[in-house]
Each structure stands twice: as C-alpha cells, then as structure tokens.
Design a protein around this ligand. Structure first.
Ligand SMILES: [Zn+2]
Ligand SMILES: [Zn+2]
Ligand SMILES: [Zn+2]
Ligand SMILES: [Zn+2]
Ligand SMILES: [Zn+2]
Ligand SMILES: [Zn+2]
Ligand SMILES: [Zn+2]
Length: 1754
C-alpha cells in the first residue's frame, strides 16, 4: 500500500497493530459475516479511541492517516470488492455525471446571476460556469457568496434561457434520464447499501449523541481510562474578548492560546480547552461557568469522556468520507440518498435524514456544516431524491422553524437555510404547495410565533423586549421562505393548486386581520408624550411583507377564478374588520351647495387612527386587477359589487391620509418622532407601493362609485375643514373671528393638503387598470419626475424607484427613451439627463414627490423654462384616460362642491386679509382648474362629431353664483386676479388658463357648427395668441435677467469682502498649484545670447537680485537675506519607498544605520514636500504654540482626535490646511565667484588631496591621543598648503533666527528619516538633509518623466520653491553642525571616488547612488571651502566633482549593462561613431581590470545606447539640482518636449555632448581611479551575483497591474487563506497595491506587534513595504484604503466602475465592475508624488468620523 511508506510518526502503541492489520482481510471477513452491523461497530469501538483524541495536543495529520488506513480502507475494500484504487476508478469511468454543476461556494467567492434569464435572484453561477455561459453577454449581477449554496448551472428550472454552460451542456446522445443504478451489479448495490447504511447510522448516532460519559450500545471501548476533555461551545452571546479573558483565567493559558481557542470555537462551534482526569476538567468548567454567568447565561461547557469525543471526531470524518465516495458515481450517490431517506423503525419522519434535521439545533456548528454539505452534495444533487427530501423537509417544517427560532446560531448554520435550494425550484414549490399545503404551513407557523396581541387580537409590539426582538428577527426568515415559493407565478392552474392557494390566502388574511389597525395612535394634546412608542416592529413586518403582498396579487392576476375568489375573501375579511365600525358613532348629515350626505362623526385629531391597513390595501390592489383583467366587465354577476359600501371602503385610507396632512400641518408635534418616522416610511419608496399608493387607489375606487359631491363633503369632513367651506358666506375670509395664528396656519396647510389629495384622486392614472396605460408608462413617469429634479446617477435612480422581489426596478427597459447618459470624468459619476421633449410631462404635484422634491423640481423646471425663453407657467400635463371602471372620477373636477371650494379660495386671494390664505393654496387651485380645462380639451378632441361632450368645465366656471349671494364666477375671479399686484408669480399660470378657456370656447363653437378643426389646428390657433405674448414676455425676461445679474454681481462683491484675504490668497495659490506653468521661472531673454550654464566657472549670472516674499500670517513683506529675519516654508518630511527597487531589503536599525551612501536600489529615502506657503519663523512658532495649547485643552476636555499629531510636530498649514511637520528656512542664493584662473583637474586633485590630508591630521589631533600617535606625528609635520587654514573657524553668516530654523529643519529630517528621537547633535543630521534633497530631486525627475512633462517650467511653484530651499538649505546646514564631523563626511564621500588609504570602509561604486553622492559631496564641500583662502572657487570644485562622478556613473553603467541583447546589428551613421568607439575603449579598459567578470562586447552601439539612456535621469537630476542651488535661468529648449534635448542638457551642465571625452581628455589622471574602483572587492563580488545589482535607467515603480474585471480579484481573494490560522478563509482580504501582497486584515489572527503595540496586518505591512505609507484595496468592500503611520487613514474611491460610471463601495449593487485606467493612474500619481498622507489629512479634515477609526487594527 502506498501510504505505508509514510514517514510520519505513528503512536508506538499502535505500531504493531498497524503492521499486522490488513484492510483487505478485514473486508473479506466482513463479506462473510451475517451481522455486518455488529461487526463494523466492534471494529470501530476497538480502533476509534486508539486513533483519535489521545491527549491534549491533537495531531490531525497522523489521526487522519491512521483513520484512512484502519477505518476507511476496509470500508472501501468492502464496498468495491477489490482494491479500492481500481474499484473506485472503474466507478468513475462508468459514471455519467449529471448536468448539475453543484459547485459549493466558499465564503467570499464571486457568484453571478443573470438579471435577464435567472428565474429568481437566488439562481447563481460559479465563475467557471458563468464564463462559459451565454449570460456573460447579458445584464448580470455579481455578488460575493456568504458561504454555502451551490452553482445552479444545469438546472433547467433556474434559468429562462441558457441553463447550461459549455462544460455542463448535456450530450444529446446520452439518454440522461436513465437510472444511474442500471450500471451497477446487484452485488455491488447490496454491499454499497450495507456500508452506507451502517456508516451513516453510526455518524448520525454519534453526532446526535448527548451523553457525556457513555457511548451508544456496541461502541463501548474495550478499556476506558480516566481521560476527559473540557469542551467549550460557541454561542452568539459572548464576545471574543469575554471568551479570551475567561479562558486565560480558567485554563491558565497565554493570551495567544486563548485567542486561538476562541477563534476555533467561533469557527467550529466547539473546542476542547483542557485534557486530563475528570476532576481536572470539571474544575476548569466551573471557573468558566462562574466567570460568564454574571450578565447572561453562561458559556456552554461540557466535560466529555475522551472516547465520546473520539467517536464524534470520526463521525465527522465518516460523513466527509461518504461525501467523497459518492463523488465517484451518481449511482453511489443515489444509494446514499435512498439509505438516508429510508423510513426508520419509529415510523414516519424517522429516517436518518429526518433525525439529523430534527437534531440540527442541538449540534455544534462544525457538525452542522459537515452534514449540510453532505446533504447538498447528495440529496440536492439527485433530482429524484431532491423531491423526496423536499417533502420530508416540508413535513418537518414547523418543527425545524421552531427549533431555529430558539437556536442561538445564525441562519447560515441552520438546516432551515436549505429551504432556498428547494423552494425556489418552481416545480418543487408548486408540488409542495399542492401536496404538502406548504403555503398555509409557512404562514401559520409565522403567525404562531407572533404572540403579542391586544384585546382585539391585533399584533401589539408595544412592550417588546430585546429577546422578543431577536425572536422576531428570526421569524422573519419565514417570510423569506414564503417569498421563495411564490417567486415564480404559475402558468397553468390545477383545481388543487387553486384550492391550496386560496387556503393559503385565507391564512394570509388571518395574518392581515391581526395587522389591520395595529399600533394605533391618538393625538397628544397638552403634554408631549413621555416615551416614544415602539413602531419599528410593525413597520418591519409591513416592509418584509411588501413583496409577498405584491406577489399574491400577481398570482391572482394569472387566473380569473382565483382573482374572483380572492376578491370575495378579501372583502369578507374587510367587512369583518369593520364590524362594529359605526357602532356608537352617531351619524351626521353634511350639506353643501345643494347636496347632502350622511356620514359618521369621526375626528382624526381626537380618536384612534392607525397607519396599518393591509386588508383594505390588498382589496384595493385586487380591485385594480378587476379592471385591468376586465373581469369586472365580463363577469360582473360573479362579483359581490352590490355588497360594496363605498363610504366604508374609503373611510380608513382617508383617515390615514388625513393623519399625514395633519402631521404636516404640525398638529401632532407632541406625539414625537415615532409618528414622524411612520409617516416617512408610509411614503417611502420601500413601503409606498403597498401603503400610500394603495390608499390612494382605494380612494379612487370608492370615489368612482360615489356622487362626487358626497365624496368631497366626506373628505372635507375628515379633514375637519367642512365648517370653513360649508357656511354660506365661506367666501368671506373664513376665520376673521379666529385670531389664533397657529390654527390659521394649520387650516391653511390642511386646505393645501386636501387640494393636493383631490388632484391625486383625479390625476393619478398611471397604474395599469386605473388609467389606460401600459406597464412601462408608470416607470417612465417615475423616472421623468426624478430627473426633473436634477440629473441623477444610475444608483440614485435605482434608490428612488421601487424594486420588485427580484430587486429589479424595470428601469433599464425604458431609461433610454426618457433620458440620455453623460459619462463621468476622472472624478464624479455618470449621470442621466432628462430628454428635453419629456419635460412637458412634468407634473408639479406628482404624488411621489416629497415637499422638498417638489420645491427643487419646481425651481429646476422654472429655470429651464427661463433658459428656453418660455413663460413661467407650470401647467398640469396631459393625462391618459381612465379605465371605464374609474371613468366617473373626472366628474369630481366639475362638481358643485369643488367649484364652490375653488371659488372660495380665489375670492380670498382677491381680497387678501391677513394670513388667511396662502400662495400654495392658490397655486393648487389654479392647477386644479388647469386639470379641468385639459380634461375638457381632451374630451373635445377625442369625441366624434355628433357626440356631445358632457364634461363642460368652461361652462361651469363661467357661471356666477345663484341668488341671493350672486357670487362672481370662477372665471371672473381669475380675470380679476390677473391684474392683482400681489400675485406676480402666478400671472403666467392665470394667463395660460384664460387662454385655454378661450381656445376651448372656440373649439366648442366650431364643434357646434361643424367640427372641422383638427386637434393640431386648434393648437395652431393657440400658438398664434402665444406669439404676441411671447415677444412681450421675452423682453420682460431679458430685463429681469439683467437686473438679476446686477444683483448677483453686488452680492459676490460683498462676499468677496466677507471672505478674509487669507482665503482669497489661498484660492490663488491653489490655482497656481495646479496650473501647469509656473510663474517663478521667467526665462528672461536678456541673459540669452551666451548659452546658459548652471555649474562650473563658466556658469551664468543668477536670475534674481533681490527676493521679497509675504508672510501668510502677518501679511508683512520681507526680503530674503542671510542677516534678516528668517522666513520659512511649511513642509512635510516623510520616509518613502516609492522608488525602491528592492522591497526585500530589511529596514535599517535606526540607531546604528550609516546613511552617508545611498544604495542605487533606493530602498529607503526621505522625501520632503511643501504646500509652498511662506511664514516668518516667529509667526510660525507662535502659530504652532497656539495649536499645541489648543490640542492640550482639547485632550483634557474630551478624547477627540485630530487629523494631525501635534506631539509629533505635526500641524496644518494655516492657509491651505495641508499636513506639515516642519518648516524649511528660505536662504539667499550663492553669489557667483569672479572667475580668475582656476586649476585644472590634475592640479585640483592635488590640492584636494592635500586639504584632505590636512583635515585628517587636524581631526586626529582633536581625538584623544592613541597608541600609535607617535607614528603619525611624522605626517603631521606637513600641514601642507599655506592657503588652507585648518584652524580657522568661520563665522556663520546667518542671523540667529535663521540659525535656529536650520536646526529645526535638520532635526526634523533626521528624526523622521531615521525614525529616531530628535537629537540635533547627531552627526547624521546633515547627511539626512542632503539625502532628502537628492531623493526629492530624483522623485520629481521621475514624476516629470512619468507625466511626460518637460524638465523645466512644468512644476507647480510650490515644488520649485521646495527644491530651491532644500538645495540651499543643504549647502548651509553644515554651519549648524560641528565642522569636523561635516568634514569627516566629506572625506568619506570623496574617498569613494578617489581612493584614500586612510578611509577604511568605502563602498564599491556599484553600491552608490551617484546623484546622492553628487548632492552630498557638493553640499558638504562648503565646510571645507570656508577654510580655503587660495581663491579656489566653489564653482570650479563643483564642476570637477560633477565630471568625476559622471565618469564614475558611466563606469557603473558599463559594469551593469548586462549582456548584449540579440538585436539586429545596428550601425549608426557617423554622428555617434565616435562615441561608440570611445566607449569600446573604456569598456575594454574595464575588462582588463576585471577580466572575465565582464562579458565581451562586439560593438559599441549597444553599450552607448545603455549608457546614454541610463545616464539621462542622473543628468536631469543634476540639472535640477544645480539650477536650484545656483539659481541659474534655464534654457528654453528644456521647457518643452522637443528633440535635441541631449545637447542642450549637456551644454547647460557644462558637459561635452560626447560624454566619453570626459574620460579620454583626462585618461592619465582617471586611469588610476578606474583601477581603484574596479579593484574594490565588492565589485567582483556583486558582479558574480553576491549583492543587489541595479541596472540603469531605473524604471519608475508602478502600482501593481489590476485585472480588468473585478470579479477576478474577488475570486483571487476568495481562495486566499489566513497565513496564520491554518487554512481559514480570511474575512477581510486586502491587497497591497504597491507590492501585490494579499493580507488578512482587520482580524485578530493576523495582528502583530509593532513598537510595543498590537496592529493589524495592513498596518504592519505598511511599515515593511511602504515605510509607513500604504495603499491597499479591500477586495470584499471594493474600497481603496490609504494608511499612514499607525493613526492615520482614509478610504478612497476604488478605480473600478460599473457601466453607469459609478463605483460600488461595499459591493452592494452588484453591477459588473471594470477597471478605470484613468482613475487608477490618479491613485498611482498620488502615490508617486508622495501625496497619500496629505490626501488622508484632507479627507480627515473633511470628515471627522474618519479620525475616530482605529486604523492600526486594519
Ligand atoms: Zn458551476
Ligand atoms: Zn456549468
Ligand atoms: Zn442571461
Ligand atoms: Zn509674519
Ligand atoms: Zn499651505
Ligand atoms: Zn506591499
Ligand atoms: Zn489572519
């Protein structure tokens, strides 16, 4: 056997048994025995306790191995009847796999659903199947799985189209319906059956076993010792922290162990925390129980015998094994299903599967997971047994749900969660409804669990405890199940289905009856309510049921008979609810305008009223269906129409609407927020479909069956406005006598609300069935009205539209017909804009507008009209006609009561007296009149010639009141109002009305004679009237516009004064900051004639004479001079790895690191940036002290954090709030020397050598005299040069404040750059400053290349200023340090170039970054030059150093150029011939020094290419450096990206265009240096692979490549496991965008210690990978995370967008996401320019909640 070769250690006790054991023999024995069951149990009883659970430290590998050999192998032998390795393979070969994919999802794995083809949203595909399916071209949705569930590929019922992917496409030739068992021999089937029966029984026995100390019969161990486990179980009550704390106390473990225990308990549901004898375990148990029982029920702990635990372990293993074995063959799977579902000895529901399900809530999490998985891979994969299992599941449904409600595990760990796998299959759902009456069972179970009722039997959630709330949440999952079985509508109905559905509906109505009128409210007068009543539970219930209610109606809509029956049942239920409705309420009679009606006396403001009316609303929905399906016209005799009492139908919905009006009017203020919230949800998009909308429909239904006058009087009465309009003289101001302003105000609002309600009753006709519209007209209208407010993003629109149970709004079908899409830029999102032609459908009184929406839309639409030069009236839009059932509603417009009301309001407007009317009231009246006119016009247009149009609104409004009052007609009042000065805003609307009246009159006259004028003709006539008006209006509009502009100008002038000057400055500087051209560089043509040179004795004149700057704090001007007050630049210094070519280099030990030489891999650098704002140093100091003081006060008061860390020297720039942590002093430029004759290279080398010698000896004198002092005195005799005064201590030329600032910036750079405590004495301070200068120059040079910008002239001036001050600071910083130490640095720097025997450890030139060397050596030279009086100019020295280092760099590149690439031999023309020959000479010289370490090269072409491209960044960096250091103007050619830059650049740098001349012209002098460099042992070593070899040019680092499709990332993350907790899925996989590492973020398991503090994986990684700054992608959240240090962080928009140009942070919408390269580049740019920390600062200042987040735990 192959496994015998294992070298794992096997417990010795077993060794002999193991060696003697033969699986084959055992199996053969089993085949012969009669009682196999007993035999196998004996085998298990003997071996299981010997393999599993032998001590405290489990060894899963060896346990599994032994189990495989001793337990599973014989079973497999028995099963196959031969060697299982061949037997199982045979099975697999003969298997015809089913077409189901069945891939079970991991947590976080991406799943796909097709929004076009999926039967419901729970139908999903795995990534593989999706990519091979037709749906990837469809509109799909992507989500991440919560674990569990499987791929539905191949399930024909799950997909309307394309059920198979390419892989699972059925092979037509196969007869797929064949019984899989047909291929197996009966013998095999029998053996298989035996094994499965025994093993499954064993597993079920063990997993459901609840005794701690004994085993089931037949399994007692032969010898049992006193070995126990103390088993801790998971619960959802105690927190991680509590468990960890308790464990440390109870079992004496470390915190780490406790964390590990807790993690396992959480994952597996249980974990043994102690092993030992009984007493030992019992003691731990009592401690745990004692410690956790205080606040809640204690943690569950059991002391279990080791053999029990062992068998349970193997039981889990056995289930795994079964799952594995059935994977070989569908036949085996079917046998297992059969075994599992076989009825047990106890009769019904006693199969093994039943037993498992019914014990589900008693099992621990791990056990449940294992058997659920087995169910999924067996029962749910076999279509035959899936059905049988579904039936058993349905039979047990009530029990399972009750268990689940009590269980404290989440639903994903409950067997009830499997319901989705069966109930969503339409055929199964239908079968379960008809055969198992599942619909009724679900609803009944649900109702049974909601036990809180009031006296009338309604639900009562008032006294609602936390435990009840928990239970209530659980019960809601039943609604989910109900939704699943209803989700697909039946296409054909059987009688049985009808019967069971209607039975279900009956139960449902019982539920509704308990809801009708629940949570009633009574208006609070006098005192404010004391306690906000509970309202959320009732609304949660309503919200959860919303889709169910809609689906019930849709079911009814598919069958006329069902609809009729449902309508009857619903009406009966409503009548039942209303019984006793009029009892005790006296009827009263209302009369008005010659009409009278009886109604009851009821005041919303005084009596109970409820917002919950599901029975009424369901009836309203069914009533609309009667109309829509035309059942009302075709089978009127079958409908109980005569039983309908319209006043009863409208009563409760009307009360509810009045309640809303009264709340708006402020009458219910004392009832607190709960009522306000209820009203909000009533109208909210999540609820309104089955609440507000249906109430309105019920009103329409009722009113259509009533005399409109009666209807309106009842409305008036419920609004408590009847008394105002009913009195004879109502047209006189209605409440002269009423001086209470509040009451007047209230009544005004109520009148407005009532008028609005009337508009809605008459005008809302977009529900199919109410009006004659198509289904999509309604959604179109919703979208139009949303877009009338403003252009909106896709997600905003989705949020504003109701979703159906499939989370679809139906928007995609229609959006393009009403809107056009505008793409997003780099920020922002894509927007939909309303098509202009749709604007005419705008209705200001659209019923789904909130008041805020309404006023925004009004403003937007008026603005639009103004822009188009149209008049400002917003008349009502044309409406579709009503369906016949609702047709009579239009008569409301022309009924006497309404006209009376309209007349009254107009009359009040004519004689405005105090606040007794309002403009919105008038506006609504005008709108209603407009609706009347439009209705009449429509009817006239549509009527045939002879047909008389009975709707005559114009006539009615022209008629004056009758005697005796003789009131003016509505029309007369309007004409009157047209000229009222106080109604300017409404004039356009009044004019529109009068014109309509005139046009209708014309139409009527024409019809009266002969109706010839077509609709368009009448329209034309209207337009003619319009034209004259239009011109006039245009003129007026123009004047108004001019006046407005003037006012605006004045306003902004005032604002400008108001905004303080600082802020204005800020604006300016911001503009400068982002402008692409800089103003600081005037390339003056005056200095032009001679070519510009920036370094060396021939260098050009500096640009500036005098530099004057303004302090942003005190606004004073100040000249920059060495001896004046210091001016400083706010700056931010940070460590950086942005340019690193070697992220593997471990961080330096800060205390001992020598930073003098930068390695060319640039692994760690120090970057300095600035916002460019200048202050006096003393002004800044005062500011900083104030910030500090404020911060101290703040910390004392409350623990508020700020976005900056004052303790660390951080502050925000006082002007632009940019994060800063130090300041750089501004220094004047150096003066050019008058160049007298300067020494050449040879002479200078000699002078320099002498100076260095002199310094060596001087420094040695300073040190205590050592042992070999004598020897050295000889040399001391030659303090050679007379012009070098080594003892001379130069005076610092700087004022005291500048000196102070030199120290400040130096110390800050040192502190941040090395991550050490500040120490201004440390000799490394100046080194860090030079390094930062070089690094910053290099980073800016890279940035310019990456952005494809020219070298000069394109930097924002803040960076120019920053570079200048850095360079000049660098050249001055030695004055603040000890001169000998700076000279010491200088000596060591020079020694790296010119070998110096007295310097021992010089790095080899392959280990030196040359720009760093150049900058450091030039900047440190100042300390040497100060003692030189020979007239040697700094310029000459700079040039010599520059040339030397350039040669060194070329050599460096030749050494690293690598082998020649195989390219076509390219011979260049004569131009570069010289360079090629020269470089060959140089290369061959190097080869003579180094020999075979360097490959042979045939032509110089390749070498010259390498050197020329490789050296360019260095030359550009040098140009930037010398330009800023010396202040030399720049050649115009370098301000653009044009060819010929090389020559210009070389010229500016005082270099020959053929760089090799540097070497050839000084060959003799350079030869020894070359030899010196090459003979450094480090060179040979590195070239032979012993070090980090960097090749040039160094490419800019980029953020990692991201896949185009976001789901690829999700998939990658889903297979990522936590690196610390052995194979666990990480909860928050997070990708480092810098290096591509995946991390396990925000989790205990991966916390590590960083500087004595526990930090999350991201923070820890940040320090290793980004020197404290990190850019991550949180994959599950689709969110970019910026981190800086341990305390700063922010989230940033991800670079992934959906097709609508929107990001999806949190992955909530599930639209496919694709990489937006532009946005990713923007993030990359932030990183490359070192702005991440700055970005975090700005984000935190803008959003204070970001400050409070514990970023270090991510
Ligand atoms: Zn699949
Ligand atoms: Zn597939
Ligand atoms: Zn599709
Ligand atoms: Zn100042
Ligand atoms: Zn600033
Ligand atoms: Zn990284
Ligand atoms: Zn982890």
């Amino acid at each position: 056997m192959a496994a015998a070769e294992s070298d794992r250690e096997v417990p010795s006790a077993l060794c002999t048994e193991f060696l003697n054991f033969s699986a084959k023999d055992t199996a053969l024995k089993w085949i012969q025995v009669t009682d196999l069951y007993k035999e196998v149990y004996q085998h298990l009883a003997r071996y299981v306790p010997k393999i599993y659970c032998l001590g405290p430290n489990l060894n899963p590998q060896s346990e599994d191995l032994l189990a495989q050999l001793l337990l599973q192998a014989p079973l497999e032998w028995y099963l196959c009847g031969e060697d299982p390795s061949t037997g199982l393979a045979k099975l697999e070969q003969n298997n015809q796999p089913s077409q189901l994919c069945g891939h079970v999802f991991r947590v976080g794995e991406p799943t796909y659903s097709c929004r076009e083809c999926a039967a419901d949203p729970t139908c999903v595909l795995c990534m593989q199947c999706f990519l091979g399916s037709v749906h990837k071209e469809h509109r799909y949705r992507m989500t991440t799985s919560g674990g569990g569930g499987f791929c539905d590929c191949g399930d024909t019922e799950a997909w309307k189209k394309g059920p198979y992917c390419q892989k699972h496409e059925p092979n037509i030739s196969d007869s797929c319906q064949e019984d899989p068992l047909a291929h197996l021999s009966t013998d095999m089937i029998a053996r298989c059956y035996n094994v499965f029966a025994i093993v499954l029984k064993y597993a079920v026995d063990m997993l459901t076993w609840d005794k701690e100390d004994e085993l089931p019969p037949g399994l007692e161990p032969p010898d049992r010792g006193d070995t126990y486990y103390c088993m801790l179980f998971n619960d959802e009550v105690h927190t991680y922290e509590q468990v960890i704390y308790t464990l440390q106390k109870a079992v004496n473990c470390t915190q780490k162990e406790a964390v590990s225990f807790a993690t396992t308990v959480d994952r597996d549901g249980r974990k043994s925390v102690r092993f030992g004898d009984f007493a030992f375990c019992e003691q731990a148990k009592s401690v745990i129980v004692r410690n956790t029982s205080r606040q809640s029920k204690p943690l569950r702990v059991q002391v279990m015998h080791s053999s029990v635990v062992a068998h349970q372990c193997f039981a889990l293993k056995a289930l795994h094994w079964l799952g594995h074995v059935i994977g070989y063959s569908d036949a085996l799977r079917r046998i297992l299903c059969q075994v599992g579902l076989e009825r047990g000895p106890e009769g019904e529901n006693s199969s093994l599967v039943d037993t498992l399900m019914l014990c589900d809530s008693k099992m621990w999490k791990g056990a449940r997971n294992v058997y659920h998985q087995l169910f999924m891979s067996s029962l749910l994969m076999d279509l035959k047994y899936k059905k049988l299992f579904a039936i058993q599941f349905a039979k047990n449904y009530e029990r399972l749900q009750s268990d689940y409600v009590k269980d404290d595990h989440d639903r994903e760990f409950s067997v009830t969660d499997l319901s989705v796998q069966m109930f969503t299959v339409p055929s199964l759902a239908r079968m379960l409804i008809t055969e198992e009456n599942l619909m009724t069972t679900i609803i009944r179970t649900f109702v049974d669990h909601l036990r809180h009722r009031d006296l009338q039997g309604r639900f009562q959630f008032e006294r609602y405890t936390a435990q009840q709330a928990f239970k209530f949440r659980r019960v809601q999952s039943l609604i989910g199940d109900l939704k699943y079985i209803l989700i697909s509508r039946p296409t054909e109905w059987s009688d049985q289905l009808r019967e069971k559905f209607l039975e279900g509906l009956d139960t449902f109505l019982e539920l509704f009856k308990c809801m009708q009128g629940m949570d009633p409210v009574v208006r609070q007068v006098g005192q404010h309510i004391e306690m906000e009543p509970e309202w959320e539970a009732a609304f949660t219930l309503q919200m959860k049921l919303t889709h169910i209610i809609s689906m019930m109606q849709e079911w009814c809509a598919t069958d006329e008979r069902v609809l009729i029956e449902a309508y009857k049942k619903c009406l009966t239920a409503l009548t039942h609810c209303h019984s006793g409705f009029t009892d005790g309420e006296q009827p009263i009679t209302l009369s008005m305008c010659g009409h009278s009606v009886d109604t009851i006396r009821y005041c919303v403001s005084q009596e109970k009223v409820s917002i919950h009316l599901p029975v009424s609303r369901l009836l309203a929905g069914l009533h609309v269906l009667l109309s829509k399906m035309e059942v009302a016209y075709r089978f009127p005799e079958q409908l109980p129409l005569s039983e309908l009492s319209p006043p009863m139908l409208i009563e409760h919905p009307l009360r509810c609407l009045v309640l809303c009006a009264q709340v708006h009017a402020g009458m219910w203020r004392r009832n607190g927020f709960s009522l306000v919230n209820q009203i909000y949800y009533y109208h909210n998009v999540k609820c309104r479909v089955e609440m507000f909308d249906k109430d309105l429909i019920m009103l329409q239904a009722g009113a259509s069956m009533m005399d409109p006058n009666h209807f309106l009087m009842i409305v008036l009465s419920r609004f408590e406005l009847y008394h105002i309009f009913s009195s004879a003289d109502c047209r006189k101001s209605y409440n002269r006598e009423n001086t209470n302003k509040d009451v007047v105000q209230q009544n005004n609002t109520l009148i407005e609300e009532m008028l609005h309600l009337i508009m809605m009753v008459v005008g809302e006709r977009f529900e199919a069935g109410v009006g004659q519209v198509e289904g999509c007209d309604e959604i179109k209208r919703e979208i139009i009205h949303q877009l009338c407010i403003r252009p909106m993003a896709h997600s905003e629109l989705v949020k504003a539209l109701p979703e159906n149970e499939n989370k679809e709004t139906g928007m995609e079908r229609v959006i393009d017909s009403v809107a056009s899409f505008k793409k997003p830029g780099v920020t922002g999102r894509g927007l939909y804009e309303l098509r202009p032609e749709c604007a005419k459908q705008f209705n200001l009184y659209f019923h789904h507008y909130s008041r805020a929406d309404q006023s925004k839309a009004e403003e937007a639409q008026r603005k639009l009209k103004r822009q188009n030069g149209e008049d400002m009236a917003l008349p009502p839009p044309m409406l579709p006609p009503f369906s016949p059932l609702f047709a009579s509603l239009v008569n409301i417009l022309q009924c006497d009561v309404l006209l009376g009301m309209l007349g009254a309001v107009l009359q009040w407007a004519v004689e405005p007296s105090g606040g007794h009317w309002s403009e919105s009231m008038l506006q609504r009246v005008l709108h209603l009149i407009g609706m009347g006119l439009l209705e009449e016009q429509q009817q006239l247009k549509n009527s045939s010639e002879d047909h008389d149009v009975s709707f005559n609104f114009t006539l009615k409004i022209s008629r004056p009141g009758e005697a005796p009052s003789n009131t003016a007609s509505v029309l007369a009042l309007l004409e009157n109002l047209q000229n009222a000065p106080h109604l300017e805003v409404h004039k356009d609307m009044i004019r529109w009305i009068l014109k309509m009246v005139a046009s209708i009159k014309t139409m009527r006259e024409l019809t009266a004679s002969t109706y010839t004028v077509t609709a368009s003709g009448s329209h034309g006539q209207e337009e003619m009237v319009c034209d004259k008006d239009k011109a006039e209006r245009k003129r007026k509009a123009e004047m108004a516009r001019l006046r407005r502009e003037k006012i605006m100008a004045q306003m902004s002038e005032m604002q400008r004064h108001f905004i303080n000057e600082n802020k204005e400055l800020f604006q300016q500087s911001l503009e400068e900051l982002y402008a692409s051209t800089s103003t600081s560089l005037e390339h003056s043509p005056t200095s032009s004639d001679a070519a510009l040179v920036c370094v060396g004795p021939r260098r050009s004149r500096p640009r500036e004479k005098r530099q004057v700057v303004t302090c942003i704090l005190c606004q004073e001007e100040q000249e920059i001079r060495a001896d004046s007050k210091a001016m400083v630049l706010a700056a931010f210094v940070q460590r950086s790895t942005v340019m690193s070519k070697n992220r593997k280099r471990p961080p330096h030990d800060p205390e001992h690191y020598d930073p003098l030489f930068m390695h060319p891999d640039l692994s760690f650098g120090t970057h300095t940036g600035s916002c460019g704002h200048i202050m006096h140093s003393h002004c800044w100091q005062r500011y900083f002290e104030a910030v500090q003081a404020k911060e101290q006060r703040r910390q004392q008061r409350l623990r508020v954090h700020t976005s900056y860390d004052v303790g660390n020297g951080e502050f925000l720039c006082p002007l632009c709030e940019c994060l800063s942590n130090t300041v750089i002093p501004l220094l004047p430029g150096t003066k050019g020397s008058n160049s007298c004759e300067q020494p050449g290279l040879g002479q200078w080398l000699k002078i320099s050598g002498q100076q260095i010698k002199a310094m060596h000896s001087a420094h040695r004198k300073l040190q205590p005299v050592g042992v070999d002092a004598v020897e050295e005195t000889v040399e001391e005799q030659c303090p050679a040069t007379e012009n070098f005064r080594i003892d001379y201590t130069p005076m610092s030329p700087y004022s005291s404040t500048i000196k102070e600032m030199l120290t400040t910036f130096g110390t800050a750079t040192y502190k941040v750059g090395l991550k050490v405590h500040p120490n201004e004495q440390d000799p490394r301070v100046p080194i860090m400053c030079w390094g930062s200068c070089a690094y910053t120059i290099q980073s800016i040079e890279r940035l310019l290349v990456d952005e494809e910008k020219p070298l000069f002239g394109s930097l924002p001036c803040r960076q120019d200023d920053c570079l200048s001050s850095l360079a000049r600071f660098g050249s001055a910083c030695w004055t603040a340090a000890s001169q000998p130490s700076v000279q010491g640095h200088y000596i060591r720097l020079v020694a790296a170039l010119i070998p110096d025997p007295q310097v021992e450890t010089s790095p080899c030139i392959l280990d030196i970054d040359m720009l760093h060397l150049l900058v450091s050596v030039v900047l440190s030279y100042g300390s040497v030059h100060s003692q030189d009086s020979s007239g040697l100019s700094v310029d000459a020295v700079q040039l010599h150093f520059f040339h030397l280092i350039t040669v060194a760099h070329m050599v460096q590149m030749l050494l690293t150029s690598g082998p020649e690439e195989v390219t076509m031999e390219q011979e260049s023309g004569g131009a570069e011939r010289e360079e090629e020959e020269d470089i060959c000479t140089l290369y061959n010289t190097l080869r003579t020094h180094l020999g075979s370490s360097l490959p042979e090269v045939a032509s110089g072409w390749h070498l010259w290419r390498c050197v020329k491209t490789g050296i360019l960044p260095y030359l550009r960096g040098a140009a930037l450096f010398f330009h800023h250091l010396n202040g030399i103007p720049t050649p115009p050619e370098l301000h653009a990206l044009c060819p010929g830059q090389w020559e210009v650049l070389c010229g500016y740098l005082s270099l020959p265009a053929n760089l090799l001349q540097l070497y050839h012209s000084q060959k003799e002098l350079l030869e020894p240096l070359l030899y010196g460099w090459c003979s450094h042992p480090g060179v040979r070593q590195t070239l032979q692979g012993g070090g980090v070899l960097v090749s040039f040019p160094r490419e800019s680092n980029s953020l990692i490549d991201l896949p185009d499709d976001y789901s690829a990332l999700i998939n990658q993350a889903s297979s990522f496991t936590c690196p610390k907790s052995g194979g666990d899925k990480s909860r928050a996989p997070t990708l480092c965008l810098v290096c591509g590492s995946m991390l396990c973020s925000q989790s205990y398991c991966c916390q590590t210690e960083l500087d004595g503090e526990d930090v999350g994986a991201c923070t820890a990684h940040t320090f290793a990978c980004g020197a404290g700054v990190g850019i991550f992608l949180r994959v599950r959240e689709s969110q970019v995370l910026f981190l800086s240090g341990k305390t700063k962080g922010c989230f940033y928009a991800p670079p992934y967008l959906d097709d609508y140009g929107e990001t999806d942070q949190g992955l909530r919408r599930g639209n496919p996401l694709h990489l937006c390269h532009q946005r990713y580049r923007k993030i990359q740019k932030l990183w490359r320019q070192h702005s991440v920390t700055e970005e975090i600062g700005h984000a935190q200042e803008a959003n204070q909640t970001l400050v409070g987040i514990d970023w270090q735990h991510l």
